[in-house]
Design a protein around this ligand. Structure first.
Ligand code: PHB
Ligand code: FE
Length: 324
C-alpha cells in the first residue's frame, strides 16, 4: 500500500465510511465503533474510541503502547507501528485470539487521520473535557477539522525564546474556567546586553491556565533528551499508556488518581493518588490511566533517548529509575 492509499468504503446508512488496514476492519454507527480482525471482533463507545484515536494521531503513536482499552491499541517502533487486538490481555492471549500486524508509520497514520476526520462530528472536540464539548454520538453531522488538527506545542529549545512558540494571550487562549484563580503575573527579566535572545522566563502556571485541551502533553523545554511535557487534565486520560521507559510525573496542582497495571497482562499493580507537589516515577513495565476530578496541572518529564527501549528490553537498563 502506498502512503496515500486509504482503504475505505462509501458511507453507511448512518453516514460514516468504513476503513480497512491489513486484516483489521473499522466501522462506526450512532453510538459505537466496531473493529474486527481474523480471530475476533470488538466494540467500543464512539467517544472512547475517538478520544484515544485523537491522542494516537496527535502524538504520532507516542512512547511505547497506546491502549484504547483492554483489547485494542498500537505499539510504536518509531518508523513502524504494531496494531493489535488482545495482545496485552491475558485472556485473549491464553485463548490465542490475539492478533497483531505491523505497518509503516505513514500508512497507519494516514488511515487513522482519515478515520478521525470522517467520524468526528461538528461540535465534538476529542481534546476537550466532556463538560466543554458536545457529544460525538448520532448520525454523521459535519466535521470538526480545526479541533482535530490542532498543532501540539513542541518547542525546539523553550517556550518563549525566539523561534519557539510564544506566550499565550487572552486573544488566543482565554483562561480556563477552572483556573480563574491562577495568578497571571510574569517574571521580570534583566538580561545583560547581547543575551536578550538567550535568557527567558515565563510563568508556567499562567501558561497552563490558558490551555484549551486536556490530556495532551506539550513540549515546553528541551535539554538534550530531557523533555518537559506539561499538560492540563480533566476527567479521564483517554488511553492506558504502556511505558517503554521510565517517566516522571510532577503534580503541579489539584489531584490525579492513577490506575497502574502490569503492561503485558493488565493485572492491577497500584492505585496512586497524587496531590499538588507530589512526584512519582512510573516504571518502564507498566500501563497507566489517570483520573482527574477537577482540571489539574501535571508535568510529565520524558527521557526521549531513542536507545532506551532496547536497553530495557535487553536488561541493560532498569525499568525503575532507582533500585533501592
Ligand atoms: C502518560 O501516559 O504518561 C500521559 C499521557 C498524557 C497525559 C498525561 C500522562 O496527559
Ligand atoms: Fe505514560
Amino acid at each position: 500500500m502506498s502512503a496515500t492509499e486509504i482503504a475505505s468504503t462509501a458511507p453507511n446508512k448512518q453516514g460514516y465510511r468504513s476503513f480497512g488496514l491489513g486484516a483489521f476492519h473499522f466501522s462506526r454507527d450512532e453510538y459505537f465503533v466496531h473493529i474486527d480482525w481474523p480471530t475476533g471482533k470488538h466494540v467500543l463507545s464512539a467517544d472512547v474510541f475517538l478520544r484515544a484515536l485523537q491522542r494516537d494521531v496527535a502524538w504520532d503513536f507516542f512512547y511505547g503502547t497506546v491502549n484504547f482499552d483492554a483489547v485494542f491499541g498500537t505499539v510504536n517502533h518509531y518508523g513502524t507501528v504494531d496494531m493489535f487486538a488482545g495482545r496485552f490481555n491475558e485472556a485473549y492471549r491464553k485463548a490465542e485470539l490475539d492478533h497483531t500486524e505491523n505497518f509503516d508509520t505513514t500508512d497507519i497514520r494516514e488511515t487513522f487521520k482519515a478515520m478521525l476526520e470522517d467520524w468526528t462530528n461538528q461540535g465534538f472536540d476529542p481534546f476537550a473535557s466532556p463538560e466543554e464539548t458536545d457529544k460525538p454520538f448520532g448520525v454523521k453531522d459535519g466535521s470538526n477539522t480545526a479541533a482535530i488538527t490542532r498543532r501540539r506545542v513542541a518547542a525546539q529549545r523553550m517556550v518563549g525564546v525566539p523561534g519557539d512558540e510564544q506566550i499565550r494571550t487572552d486573544a488566543t487562549h482565554p483562561i480556563n474556567r477552572m483556573f480563574a484563580d491562577v495568578a497571571q503575573d510574569e517574571p521580570e527579566l534583566y538580561p545583560e546586553p547581547g543575551f536578550e535572545d538567550e535568557v527567558c522566563a515565563y510563568s508556567l502556571f499562567a501558561y497552563l491556565s490558558r490551555s484549551d485541551v486536556t490530556w495532551n502533553p506539550s513540549v515546553v523545554s528541551v535539554c538534550k533528551a530531557s523533555l518537559y511535557c506539561p499538560t492540563t487534565e480533566e476527567y479521564i486520560l483517554p488511553i492506558f499508556h504502556g511505558n517503554d521507559r521510565v517517566e516522571w510525573f510532577v503534580q503541579l496542582s489539584d489531584e490525579i488518581t492513577w490506575e497502574v497495571q502490569d503492561r503485558d497482562t493488565g493485572s492491577p499493580r497500584a492505585k496512586v493518588t497524587m496531590r499538588a507537589g507530589d512526584v512519582a516515577a512510573m516504571p518502564g513495565d507498566i500501563r497507566h490511566q489517570g483520573y482527574s476530578p477537577k482540571r489539574s496541572m501535571l508535568l510529565v518529564w520524558e527521557n526521549a533517548s531513542p536507545e532506551l527501549p532496547e536497553l530495557i528490553r535487553t536488561g541493560q537498563a532498569s525499568v525503575y529509575p532507582v533500585d533501592f
